[in-house]
Design a protein. Structure first.
Length: 234
């Protein structure tokens, strides 16, 4: 009961996943990203054990086809899974198991996969793919969020969605973006609100990891985001 986009940015080498679903806590169960090596989403009847296996396989530099083959071979119920992978070479591959409730399917593009199940129709993943490819100069995180918004606007799931997540890695061992909406009536809109607030803070939190004497976050934001004032100074 999920739709997602898994991608690599050709321009920056970043990998990321954005996902939305009817179930709560999707960010803790579906996305997998290994910096510089690949990304995946394990969804439908999500098996989080497969996420650990996917991480290990991506770290080994296996192709997307080989990663999926190994995952399906290790799963006693592969037909219930939907798996999308982009590998270290930027090649994308996906599989939608035969026991995925309709509409279920995927769109494999150049360095990305849009996939989903229990959707109103194929137009959902088609809209997601168009949105992701529309402006390649945008940051990967922005393109991922736009793709999820397009899936919502194309009808999403018949039941609606309750949770969403955005996970992006650059060359560091830590994510540069890790945002989650775990229970919300309009999680894509809330994810957009969080990302719009957080986007200008990405360089700050990267710098903070290596330079502990940086200003406090609100001081940095006040200096770098025009018109923003912290609550305690208003």
């Amino acid at each position: 009961m999920t739709f997602s986009v898994v991608a690599r940015c050709k321009r920056t080498g970043q990998y990321g996943v954005a996902v939305a679903t009817y179930s709560p806590n999707v960010g803790g169960r579906c996305p997998v990203v290994i910096p510089g090596m690949g990304a995946a989403s394990i969804q439908a009847v999500a098996n989080p054990q497969l996420a650990f296996i996917a991480a290990r396989l991506l770290k080994q530099g296996l192709s997307s086809e080989k990663v999926i083959s190994e995952l399906l071979g290790s799963d006693p119920d592969p037909n219930y899974r939907q798996i999308a992978v982009v590998d270290v070479y930027g090649r994308a591959h996906a599989v939608t198991g035969s026991r995925n409730p309709v509409w279920a399917g995927h769109h494999v593009g150049d360095g990305f996969v849009c996939s989903g199940n229990v959707l109103v129709g194929e137009q959902v993943v088609a809209a997601m793919a168009r949105a992701f490819q529309a402006d390649t100069e945008q940051p990967l995180a922005e393109r991922l969020v736009r793709s999820i918004e397009a899936g919502r606007d194309a009808g999403g799931q018949p039941e609606g969605q309750n949770s969403a997540a955005l996970l992006v890695y650059d060359r560091y061992v830590f994510p540069i973006v890790d945002l989650r909406v775990d229970l919300h009536d309009e999680p894509e809109g809330e994810l957009r609100r969080l990302w719009d607030w957080y986007a200008p803070m990405v360089p700050y939190y990267i710098d903070r990891a290596f330079t502990p004497n940086v200003p406090r976050w609100w001081q940095w934001r006040q200096a770098h985001v025009a018109g923003w004032t912290p609550r305690h100074l208003r």
